[in-house]
Design a protein around this ligand. Structure first.
Ligand code: GTP
Ligand code: MG
Length: 311
């Protein structure tokens, strides 16, 4: 048997769900693994709102990563949907990366997650992330895990502890090798030349949302949503994109637009640069801001935004 056949015989393929509290670096980790920016990142907790698949390929096999919204204590329907989206992925996965920020104390949210993982049979990799910041709280996460499971981690089966940094790519290769050990032998489920299956409309909306998140403070980001209403390729290879930015209050509309339209202009410029890279064409971006009371609790609006469906 030649080497090629051997390779194919051992080819592995499976799904890996990346879960954890908001802001622990899940999307950054996914981008580092697939070596491309497919998930938006911001310092605001609850940035990711729907599940995002990232596909990693090498000779050993194909890993389908699912980046999920941070698990939190929800306050509205959007939050509840985000949680159920994240939890839903755990049961389909062949392996779970449970990512924690080793610099932040554990808390109520963390206990909620660990207790949900308590009886899960799927292998778990506990990723102690952001080790580049030299946090000293890893022990707290290990203790919490041991408390819930009722035994030391050394006696846990299908459980691995791994220090990580998505930002500096520390231990990314080790992580990938570890995952392959947990995956079943089987053919690739996705073409090997794509890194994500995210719908274009959602990808465009998320790029705009990321630029907005970077400029907003406090509660405003959570009140924002972006709905891409039109994507048309015009003559001379210009992609015309019309998107609506939803806010919950009139005062927020003013913040998003800024004095003399400055904030919106900056958002538009930053988003356009990135969209031109994504779409490999010139982009004309038409942004409008609209005020819609309590959209986060409105099922129709959530559906429109792609947040209501079973992702
Ligand atoms: N120092 C450091 N910062 C990181 C690392 N990974 C992510 N960050 C930062 O942490 C913040 C949150 O990162 P995200 O990747 O958006 O986190 P997330 O877990 O996807 O967050 P949600 O989508 O809100 O659940 C951003 O400001 C990142 O730049 C890391 O390894 N080291
Ligand atoms: Mg995220």
């Amino acid at each position: 048997m030649d080497t090629q056949e051997n390779l194919e015989k051992d080819f592995r393929c499976g799904m890996v769900s990346i879960i954890g509290r908001p802001n622990t670096g899940k999307s950054t980790l996914l981008n580092a693994i697939v070596d491309e920016k497919i998930a938006i990142v911001s310092s605001v907790p609850q940035t990711t709102r729907s599940r995002i698949r990232g596909i990693y390929n090498d000779k050993r096999g194909q890993i389908i990563f699912i980046d999920t919204p941070g698990l939190h204590l929800p306050q509205d329907r959007l939050g509840a949907w985000m949680n159920s989206t994240a939890e839903g992925t755990m049961h389909e996965a062949d392996c779970i990366i449970y990512l924690v920020d080793a610099n932040k104390p554990t808390g109520q949210e963390e206990e909620m997650i660990v207790s949900r993982l308590k009886n899960i049979k799927t292998p778990v990799i506990l990723g102690l992330n952001k080790v580049d910041l030299n946090g000293k709280r890893a022990d707290e996460y290990i203790s919490l895990w041991e408390k819930v499971k009722g035994k030391p981690i050394t006696e846990m089966k299908s459980f691995v502890l791994l220090p990580l940094s998505g930002e500096t790519r520390y231990n990314i290769d080790t992580l990938i090798s570890l995952i392959f050990e947990f995956l079943p032998v089987g053919p690739a489920l996705y073409p090997t030349d794509i890194v994500s299956d995210m719908p274009q409309k959602m990808a465009i909306a998320d790029i705009i949302r990321e630029k907005l998140f970077a400029m907003m403070r406090e509660e405003v980001p959570h009140s924002l949503a972006v709905n891409v209403e039109e994507i048309t390729l015009k003559q001379k290879k210009v992609t015309y994109i019309r998107a609506e930015i939803l806010v919950e209050r009139d005062s927020q509309k003013e913040i998003v637009i800024g004095k003399g339209g400055q904030v919106l202009k900056k958002v538009g410029t930053l988003a356009r640069i990135e969209l031109e890279e994504l779409l490999e064409s010139k982009v004309f971006l038409d942004l409008n801001v609209k005020w819609q009371k309590k959209w986060r609790d409105d099922d129709t609006v959530l559906q429109d935004l792609g947040y209501g469906q079973d992702a």
